[in-house]
Design a protein around this ligand. Sequence first.
Ligand code: NAD
Length: 477
Amino acid sequence: MTDALFRNFIDGRFDEPSATFDSIDPSTGAPWARMPAASEADVDRAVEAAHRALRSGPWTAMTATARGKLLVKLGDLVAANARRLAELETRDTGKIIRETRAQIAYVGDYYRYYGGLADKHEGAHVPIDKADLDVTIRREPIGVVAAVVPWNSQLFLSAVKLGPALAAGCTVVLKASEDGPAPLLAFAELVQQAGFPEGTVNILTGFGQDCGRRLTSHPLVSRVAFTGGPSTARAIVRNTAENLAYTTLELGGKSPVVVFADADLDSAANAVVAGIFAATGQSCVAGSRLLVEGSVKDEFLARLKRKAEAIRIGDPQDPATEMGPLATQRQRDWIEKIVVESLAKGGTLITGGTRPGGPGFYYAPTIIVAGDSNLACVREELFGPVLSVLAFDTEAQALALANDTPFGLASGVFTSNLGKAHRMARDIHAGVVWVNTYRAVSPLVPFGGYGHSGLGREGGLDAIRDYTRSKSVWIKT
Ligand code: NAD
């Protein structure tokens, strides 16, 4: 048992939880705080509060400009509290403090961006071919939004949902992941401080099977925004068969990074290492498949090995640490199993494949030359610090390997040849292509996947539209 207790935020108040579970510090493997386990009844209260706030009360009466100002204020509060939020996220998920600080620095920007857009998304007037009829198209909030996020980057992944949803005038019930919910439950205090009317934003945590299932199938929910794994996405789509909610899915990836021989190899090596080992590989856009041109393969692998072995692994709260533990023991065990299996089936280990000693869920940065593109380390999203390498000889082979996956979230291309860069960017099946860079993000730019990586886009102007529905108003003049 631990002393720290977090609470769910429902209808403008922090609840005394009726049930709790321990949250584990991944750097020690020991419990450090108790989290509320929201029941189905808690979910019902939260959804009903969001529905009331949407139907009557101050939120509906507020102008879009006033709603936007609240969002901007929330963004400012996130920035002012960045230090505490970053420390909590690091404590609860093991993500290193350098990364949580850097990410939270732009979470505030997402709220400010959507706050600025709240009064700028407009309806339309349609010039139909009838002199006695006038048609306008109103854009109205779609309704109560159920937002469900995974454990990695919870503050960021909820900002890309809450920002456009609230800017559109919706109300939200946000379910934090049961793994590492502390930063979002603390963020709820900022929602309260910003002055959002009761019931507009509700934040709770609990388990997928009861709390998540009830939330995404609730009859009063009209819109589900989900980020997580593909198998959970299928369960969510089945849940939404009940309420027929419009659903967007941001899922996993097995993102290819293609390095041509004509690239700036040093800068490509830095990007490949950061692309896979940042966040200990627990990132949906992790560049987990390296496709390297055969003529520079050995030289490039030697650079990668040196850089991977120089990564400082340690206490995630120490600003000097460059890689922390995995978030859960379950995650570390799964990665280890796939690495062992892939090596047994012919993969060649370049570095890693071991657990550094001591407590916590650590796993060394690992590079495997796969040879065979059917190995599990090439096909499965591992969500860990494992880079699988395949070689190619021609541009056509590089493209075929890049697209040889059911996923299609992100990709990288490293080349000094402009034509090659354009052709690859055009032909890769993925929602994001980074050329001679990796992992850049901005609130102004849409993000989302092809194929098994998801449905719908987050970020950018269009995201607000996705939280509205149109109403065509015909008036006889
Ligand atoms: P997960 O799918 O196990 O869980 C995600 C959320 O879904 C959690 O809050 C969980 O409680 C909830 N959930 C589980 N079962 C449910 C059910 N039956 N009904 C409703 N909700 C349910 O994912 P995870 O392991 O926490 O996160 C890792 C996955 O998330 C990876 O696949 C990763 O690629 C993906 N991800 C995608 C993006 C993106 O933007 N595309 C970003 C980050 C992570």
